[in-house]
Write a protein that binds this ligand. Structure first.
Ligand SMILES: [Zn+2]
Length: 334
């Protein structure tokens, strides 16, 4: 994914700063109330198992579309979803990319209660970026990234959620989609930038041609870069535009569960990501839970699109905060 507009980030930063100032000035008169501890309704998200699913994806090597490692990991993901009781559908296609190259797409879909009309959509991308174009060394830029955080983390959290859905089924339907070809946007080091939509190709394909005709879900949640230590899930601006009520619901659930430090109540700018087409094609009002930084050059964590995006950054506590929050949202659905 990439950052869409810098202007909104600046506005959000100023707004955030003003909010901080105004809140600091009104702290003094506040009364302390002892709140009842929140009783979660969801089963416990196992961060060790999510960590293991993350490690297993990374062990395949970079999941670059068209490579043997990508195909092998795809087979493993489809088998995992099936083992966790999901009805698995695969969507394969071929697209022409910015350089004229033909690239395969393999979207992997795991459905729970497929006959239920009421559905929720959970998604992440499972491919990893073929270039480390945020590296400063030109030789390193040409290498593919491990994508532990950027790709594997969201998928890992969703696999653990799938395992929980099998153990404690929900009445409503849930679709888990692992989108392909999210992260093959044209590298920034190429001098001629070709006009077109080269990011989030798999999700756009699905949004236009869903696996079920006229597919609609009550809401959608995208997990992207949800695995690194000290992650901050700022409120992404397309999520605020298309699904503000879901942003509020997810953030307030996280705060109730004690994960408020991961979910600051601050806006983080527009990110071109898999939720965009899903929203534009009205498949589901969808939000993006994504690690955003206000104090970095790129707006993302320093390992973003570099060779450092590997297991060293992955922290079970972050996976737990995100996974438990999403589970709680699902199991408190009325
Ligand atoms: Zn990426």
């Amino acid at each position: 994914m990439r950052r869409a507009r810098m202007f909104s980030l600046v506005v959000a930063m100023i707004a955030g700063l003003m909010l901080t100032i105004s809140c600091n000035s009104c702290q003094s008169g506040k009364k302390t109330a002892v709140a009842e501890p929140y009783q979660p309704l969801s089963p416990a998200f196992n961060a060790d198992s999510a960590y293991r699913y993350l490690e297993q994806q990374v062990a395949f090597g970079p999941r670059v579309p068209g490579t043997a490692a990508h195909e092998a990991c795809g087979d493993w993901l489809a088998a995992k979803l099936a083992a966790f009781g999901a009805t698995v559908t695969e969507q394969r296609a071929e697209v022409t990319h910015y350089d004229g190259r033909k690239l395969p797409i393999r979207n992997i879909i795991g459905s729970y209660a497929p006959a239920q009309a009421k559905r929720v959509l959970l998604f992440a991308h499972w491919d990893s970026r073929p270039f480390a174009d945020q590296e400063s060394d030109p030789m390193r830029r040409l290498q593919p990234i491990a994508g532990a955080d950027d790709g594997a983390s969201g998928v890992a959290a969703l696999l653990e959620i799938a395992r929980q859905l099998q153990q404690k089924p929900l009445e409503m339907g849930v679709d888990i989609i692992f989108f392909d070809l999210e992260d093959w946007g044209q590298p920034s080091f190429e001098p001629q930038q070709v006009t077109g939509d080269w990011w989030c190709v798999g999700s756009r394909y699905w949004a236009e041609e869903p696996h079920v005709e006229n597919y609609r879900a009550a809401y959608g949640i995208l997990l992207d870069m949800v695995g690194s230590g000290g992650a901050t899930f700022l409120k992404e601006s397309y999520s605020m535009r298309y699904a503000p009520a879901m942003v509020e619901r997810v953030w307030s659930t996280a705060h109730k569960l004690g994960y408020g430090n991961y979910f600051p109540r601050q806006e983080g700018g527009y990110i071109t990501d898999d939720h965009l087409s899903v929203n534009e094609m009205k498949r589901a009002p969808s939000i993006n839970i994504i690690n955003l930084k206000r104090d970095s050059r790129t707006g993302f964590a320093p390992h973003w699109h570099t060779l450092n995006d590997d297991m060293r950054n992955i922290d079970r506590n972050t996976l737990k905060a995100v996974g438990q929050t999403v589970l709680e949202v699902l199991y408190t659905e009325k």
